[in-house]
Design a protein around this ligand. Structure first.
Ligand code: GAR
Length: 208
């Protein structure tokens, strides 16, 4: 199985889904890092006997110094892939380049719609009829790398940020372990901003 490192900043329900599927997957989580020392995700890691590392970004003068330190901490773990799971800091170009093709993220919107923060708020404010989540390779530009997998759901007139988030997260907890497993079993390759699954290029818009 492949070695993966998970980066997070908060509650870690996405990490939990990855932990829960690990026994039936082609990956082993060899370390979890959080830029927020009190992130509950670190506790989830430790509960699963995975080392949880806190690297507080507040102790560093700038993004580049923080990311360099993070890289130094991650490299000895020899990860095949780095998986972002609610990691709420922008990564420097150096970090992204270092793990080029080996770094993926899940973002709570149907990219390219609603990049950045507060995707539920903007979906509701714009009156979108559907919302969802996207697994994608990380590139230098925020929330813009090659798309691996999306899941969508209808937005109900009575939806609030909370109800929408709850339904989207339930889908994220299914599709992220699936996508990470594809990656780690060699079924999925990200090359030149095109994603190949089982040696076939994916259609540009592949909704699950
Ligand atoms: C997830 O919904 C993930 O899609 C989102 O943060 C949440 C983390 O939840 N990621 C982003 O917004 C990245 N820009 P969790 O802490 O319970 O795993």
């Amino acid at each position: 199985s492949k070695r993966i490192v998970v980066l997070l900043s908060g509650n870690g329900s996405t990490l939990q889904a990855l932990i829960d599927q690990q026994p039936v997957s082609h990956y082993e989580i060899v370390g979890v890092f959080s830029n927020c020392p009190d992130a509950y995700g670190l506790q989830r890691a430790r509960n699963a006997h995975i080392t949880g590392h806190a690297v507080d970004h507040k102790n560093f003068p700038n993004r580049s110094a923080f990311d360099q330190h993070l890289l130094q901490k991650i490299n000895p773990l020899n990860p095949d892939y780095v998986v972002l799971a609610g990691y709420m800091r922008i990564l420097s170009s150096e970090f992204v380049q270092h793990f080029s093709g080996r770094l993926i993220n899940i973002h709570p919107s149907l990219l390219p719609k609603h990049k950045g923060l507060n995707t539920y708020q903007s979906t509701l404010a714009l009156g979108d009829r559907e919302h969802g989540t996207t697994v994608h390779f990380v590139s230098d530009e925020l929330d813009s790398g090659a798309i691996i997998l999306q899941a969508s759901l209808p937005v109900h007139p009575v939806d609030t940020v909370q109800t929408l988030e709850q339904r989207v997260k339930a889908m994220e907890h299914k599709i992220y372990p699936l996508a990470v497993d594809w990656l780690c079993s060699g079924r999925l390759i990200g090359k030149d901003s095109v994603v190949w699954l089982d040696n076939h290029p994916l259609p540009k818009q592949g909704y699950l």
